[in-house]
Design a protein around this ligand. Structure first.
Ligand SMILES: *Cc1c(COP(=O)(O)O)cnc(C)c1O
Length: 366
C-alpha cells in the first residue's frame, strides 16, 4: 500500500539526531521556556528573515494570538471585520471569530485555490481591519496589487503560513510578506513536530512583545500580569525536534517539488484537472498536491482499491459547517465546487520514484 503520508519514515530521515536531542532535553531537567525554544526561535527568524519568531502551542493559537495582540494594542476592536478565503481550513476562520471579530469570506481563484485578490476590495467596509492571507496547499498568494489594497485601506496583512513554510515570492519567504504570520508544526505539516506546536513571525516589536506576554498568562515579567492572557507555549521537546528538522526543510520541499513536477508532466488523463505549476516569481512547497475530478469519489475509491491512500482537503466548506450555522444558506459556488472535486495525492519527502510511477500509471489507466 502507498500511504498518503508515512510520518514515521519522514521523522526517521533524521532518526539519530532527533533521538539525541530528545534525550538531551529529557536529561536537562528543563522543559519549558528554556534554551531549546530560544534556539529554535532564533533559527526560525533567521530562516524566514524576520526580526522576531515566537514559539506558541499550535497554529490556531498563533493566528488567535496575532489578532488578540492587535486588539490589545488598540488597532482592532471587537466587531471589526477580517477578510479570509471561503475555502480555507476552518482554523483560519476560528482564529477570527474567537476574537469576536467578523470573518468576511472571499471566494478563491479556481486556478490557484487561493483567495482571489481581485475580489477583495469589493468586500472592504469601514470596519475592515485585516486580511487573513492563507497560502493554501503551500502555494504563495501575494502581489503588489494586494499590498496596494492593504495600504490604501490601512489593513493589516496576517499570513496563515501553516501550509507553506519555505515558500517564497520574489525571493521573500512567506511569513515575511505580511505584517505577521502564524505557523503550524502539526505533525503532518511540511515542518512537523511530534505533537502540537506553532509559531508567529513578525518585524513588529510591539506586536512580538504583546504576543509573548499573551501566550504566557499575559505576563511580561514573572508574577506580573499586564493582560488577561492564556497559556500557549512551545515545549522544549518540540522545539528541539523542530530545530533539527528546520535544517532540512529546503531539501525536503525540493523533493516535494520534484514529485509535483513529475505528476504534472506524466499524468495525462483528461478526466483529471491538475494543479498549475507557478511561474518563477514564486516557489511553491506543495504541502498537498490536489487534483480535481467531477467524479472525485469514484476516483478515490479506485485508488483505494488499488492500494493508494488519498485525502480530501476538505470535504465540507466552512460556510456549510454547523459551527457557522449563520452562513449555511449563503452561496459560495467556487468553493462549493472545489470541495466536491478535490482529491490530494500522496506527496512527501520519503516517496520513492517507483511509488510516483505506480500512481501515475494508475491515474492514466483510470
Ligand atoms: C493546520 C492549519 C492550521 C492550524 O494549525 P494547528 O497547529 O493544527 O492548530 C491553520 N490554518 C491552516 C491553513 C492549516 O492548514
Amino acid at each position: 500500500m502507498i500511504k498518503f503520508l508515512d510520518l514515521l519514515q519522514v521523522n526517521f530521515l533524521h532518526k539519530e539526531e532527533i533521538e539525541q536531542r530528545l534525550l538531551d532535553v529529557f536529561r536537562s531537567g528543563w522543559y519549558l521556556l528554556g534554551e531549546e525554544v530560544k534556539r529554535f526561535e532564533v533559527n526560525l527568524a533567521a530562516y524566514i528573515g524576520t526580526k522576531h519568531a515566537i514559539g506558541v502551542a499550535n497554529g490556531l493559537d498563533a493566528l488567535r494570538l496575532i489578532l488578540r495582540a492587535y486588539k490589545e494594542l488598540g488597532l482592532i476592536k471587537a466587531g471589526d471585520e477580517v477578510i479570509v478565503p471561503s475555502n480555507t481550513y476552518i482554523a483560519s476562520i476560528l482564529a477570527i471569530s474567537d476574537n469576536n471579530l467578523v470573518p468576511v469570506l472571499v471566494e478563491p481563484d479556481p486556478q490557484t485555490f487561493n483567495i482571489d485578490i481581485g475580489r477583495i476590495e469589493e468586500k472592504i467596509t469601514a470596519r475592515t481591519k485585516a486580511i487573513m492571507l492563507v497560502h493554501l496547499q503551500g502555494r504563495v498568494v501575494y502581489s503588489e496589487q494586494l499590498r496596494a489594497v492593504a495600504t490604501k485601506h490601512n489593513l493589516k496583512i496576517v499570513e496563515d503560513n501553516a501550509q507553506a513554510i519555505g515558500a517564497s515570492w520574489q525571493g521573500i519567504k512567506t511569513g515575511k510578506l505580511g505584517d505577521a504570520a502564524g505557523f503550524s508544526f502539526y505533525p503532518g505539516k511540511n515542518l512537523g513536530a511530534l505533537g502540537d506546536a506553532g509559531a508567529v513571525t513578525t518585524e513588529d516589536d510591539a506586536l512580538a512583545a504583546t504576543i509573548r506576554a499573551l501566550a504566557n498568562y499575559g505576563s511580561n515579567q514573572k508574577y506580573v500580569n499586564i493582560y488577561q492572557g492564556l497559556n500557549s507555549r512551545l515545549d522544549e521537546i518540540q522545539a528541539a525536534v523542530l530545530d533539527v528538522k528546520l535544517k532540512y526543510i529546503d531539501e525536503e520541499n525540493a523533493v516535494r517539488r520534484m514529485i509535483a513536477k513529475r505528476y504534472n508532466k506524466e499524468i495525462v488523463n483528461p478526466k483529471l484537472q491538475l494543479p498549475e505549476i507557478p511561474n518563477d516569481e514564486q516557489e511553491h512547497v506543495w504541502h498537498v498536491y490536489v487534483v480535481r475530478s467531477v467524479d472525485r469519489d469514484e476516483l478515490q475509491q479506485y485508488l483505494t482499491d488499488n492500494g493508494v491512500q488519498t485525502v480530501i482537503h476538505y470535504p465540507i466548506p466552512p460556510h456549510k459547517q454547523k459551527a457557522y450555522a449563520e452562513w449555511n444558506n449563503k452561496s459560495y459556488p467556487i468553493s462549493e465546487q472545489m470541495h466536491d472535486e478535490v482529491l490530494s495525492l500522496p506527496i512527501s519527502p520519503v516517496m520513492s520514484d517507483s511509488e510516483v510511477t505506480t500512481i501515475v500509471d494508475l491515474l492514466n489507466k483510470y
